[in-house]
Design a protein around this ligand. Sequence first.
Ligand code: NDP
Ligand code: OXD
Length: 314
Amino acid sequence: MAFLYSLDDWDTDLWMREMQHLDTSLDLRLWPNVGRPEDIDYALVWKPPPGELKKLPNLKAIFSLGAGVDHIYTDTDLPDDVPIIRVVDPNLTMRMSEYVVLHVLWHHRRQRIYNHFQTESKWHDLKQPAASETRVGVMGLGELGQDAAKKLKMMGFRVAGWSQSRKNIEGIDSFRGRGELKAFLNRTDILVCLLPLTDGTRGLLNGAVFKDLAKDGFGDGPVLINAGRGDLQVECDIVTALENGDLYAATLDVFQEEPLPKESPLWTHPRVTITPHNSAVSDPRAINGYILRQIKRHRAGEPLDNVIDREKGY
Ligand code: NDP
Ligand code: OXD
């Protein structure tokens, strides 16, 4: 049994060292040094090179090293019958909720303005709405969205979520599907996006959506926080919406092109906060451990968890 890593530009030494640390007997290979293709049972990947996984005749599962799987679909020639498994792990979920709570609070508490005041040694307090006056809307109520939504709820925010299917989560209003999107946006001051990138979600964060966000809130105006995927957003529409008032501010962790090109107007916009796609990084020890546990169970004849639905794309 051998594992093949294909890690794009990630720190391959670290990932392989951490896995070896968990089990020194493992036969680990790093693409393109596959050895005999028939030896490989499991692939652990981020952006695998197109067509390469199909060359592994005994491949039993493909593990994404993140929660998303859209990067795996950049290989349009994947083996049809091999399950693709994504990360669902408390370490990653906790990191994402930290990010969401931090940035919701940052906008809600008007911290950007205080930082600016400080540059002018200006002592001035602004009107501050209570959390119960701020309506947060979480797009994507999956593993990550639900955890973030519950933590925001616990802090007193008015929280709703939007997903494909209706959810029943105490204290959180559930909206579902395109038919309920407008109603969800109309009651949302701070929009948090934790959707996967699929054919159904690409470009969803656009001018029409920003226009529908609530304009009657107690804060400065609608805010977008996107930590899902860059291609969920139309960046030129974000810039326009920041100018015409459909958005007041944004926190963006993901971009249509990464790294975000130097010439992007988002870099210098005074009401945009940028982070480098690190809202929830995959921790090598935690994620290798999660994958190894799954493989051990699989080899003992148990089913794999968190297998993605190829029809749905997530
Ligand atoms: P899940 O698969 O658990 O949840 C996805 C959610 O999105 C579900 O609630 C699903 O609805 C909803 N959804 C999917 N398609 C649609 C649609 N067309 N309309 C409405 N709702 C939709 O994913 P996770 O919560 O684990 O992760 C979400 C995403 O976060 C990942 O796919 C990844 O892109 C991103 N991510 C980003 C990271 C970063 O560092 N920036 C780190 C980790 C993840 P339903 O529940 O009804 O199926
Ligand atoms: C993920 C990511 O999908 O890090 O986990 O983007």
